[in-house]
Design a protein around this ligand. Structure first.
Ligand code: GLA
Length: 386
């Protein structure tokens, strides 16, 4: 199959006469810190070598002409009469347009042809990539000079308000702000961030896509958010200074929540533990102790599966398969959950053997195929010059 970049260029020139600007927006991995972003905690993501590619141009009128090459579908409207929830894929773009308008940024008609190689529903944030790619493109086309962090925020708002998923800020931040060979340690409360080089000689980030996407994703995601908020409210009765789970300790939740509500207790305990794991894990990485870091990834999986309950049979199986394998230093489910990918730190020389074994075992147990990706850490959203 043709590369998505060649496809969008070909489709654009068949459809429109002008020369487009070309943009690419990456998906992301997250090493540790899952379901912590909307709890004002820390995350450790990086943008990777899987992209949404966009060919965009300004028009002389107010028309919006969007073409999804992969879905072989288009959406045509104009800047003052587009309709929400008419086409699911268009919502990610229209949501960003909507945010531009709400913020009084300059915008008028434009053409956009896009395609990508970020697998959908795999937990690699194809939606955030599309939102960030559009925000970047519209900022470029209409000369708004919007700060990158503001584009991150408005892309997240597009997802929260227009698409209707109450996601945190991690995915958009990673897609927009990513840097080659660096992971981003992001404090989701203050939005302070630092780039840390990943020092893992001889080890690769291997993603196993379970190729399942359970339909619970959005509703259960939003429920988890609410459960965390309920936990915060319970804590506030005695500890008014707690404004999010970021401020909570295990001692507090043991004292206040444990005797009252077992489910809320497990959700909150996981989040507090995960924040600590992330901070300690960053120290491990700074010291180059990948073994200690990897153990924390396994512990995260355990927490996500048993306490936060966002895993599924297939993901648990994939982690079980690698758990006692000395070639796999760490592994866990990644992203929102209920399907998608596991992230594994694997010794380079044994990747091939591992892929063969896991594929066979997964097929035998689940009657499904896995897809494998080796993630390389690349720069965030950028213009492409060819
Ligand atoms: C999804 C959301 C993110 C984050 C993760 C879980 O990817 O979009 O904001 O909450 O799930 O860590």
């Amino acid at each position: 199959m043709n590369h998505p970049l060649s496809q969008i260029i070909a489709k654009f020139s068949q459809t429109f006469s002008e020369k487009p600007a070309l943009v690419r927006a990456p998906g992301r991995v997250n090493l540790i810190g899952e379901h912590t972003d909307y709890n004002n905690g820390f995350v450790l993501p990086a943008s990777i070598n899987k992209y949404i590619y966009l060919a965009v141009s300004k028009r002389d009128d107010n028309k919006i002409h969007l073409i999804s090459v992969d879905l072989n579908d288009e959406y045509i409207s104009d800047t003052d009469s587009y309709i929400q929830h008419e086409k699911h894929w268009a919502d990610y773009i229209l949501g960003v347009i909507n945010q531009f308008q709400k913020n009084n940024y300059s915008i008028s008609g434009f053409n956009c042809v896009f395609s990508g190689d970020i697998p959908l529903g795999a937990g690699l944030s194809s939606s955030a990539a599309l939102e960030c790619g559009i925000a970047f493109s519209l900022n470029y086309l209409f000369g708004n000079n919007i700060d990158k962090i503001d584009m991150v925020k408005l892309s997240q708002k597009a997802e929260n308000e227009y698409v209707g998923v109450k996601s945190g800020i991690m995915d958009q931040f990673a897609s927009m702000m990513g840097k080659k060979e660096q992971v981003i340690k992001l404090d989701c409360q203050s939005l302070e961030y630092e780039y840390n080089p990943l020092r893992m000689d001889g080890i690769e980030i291997v993603l196993f896509n379970s190729n399942v996407k359970h339909s619970l994703v959005t509703s259960e995601y939003n429920t988890r958010r609410q459960q965390c908020e309920t936990g915060v409210k319970m804590l506030q009765e005695k500890y008014p200074q707690v404004s999010s789970l970021r401020d909570a300790t295990i001692a507090m939740i043991d004292e206040i929540i444990k005797p009252k509500d077992e489910i809320i207790y497990r959700r909150c305990k996981y989040v507090v533990e995960e924040n600590t794991r992330l901070l300690e894990g960053c120290e491990d990485l700074r010291k180059g102790d990948v073994i200690a870091f990897g153990k924390k990834m396994f512990a995260t999986h355990e927490g996500l599966s048993k306490d936060y309950e966002v895993s599924c049979e297939e993901l648990d199986f994939l982690i079980e398969c690698v758990k006692n394998n000395p070639d796999v230093l760490g592994a866990r489910m990644m992203g929102g959950g209920f399907g998608g990918c596991t992230i594994n730190l694997v010794k380079k020389n044994s990747i091939e053997k591992l892929v063969n074994t896991i594929s066979e075992k997964y097929k035998a147990a689940m009657n499904k195929d896995i897809t494998t990706y080796i993630a390389q850490i690349e720069d965030g959203v950028s213009l492409i010059t060819i």
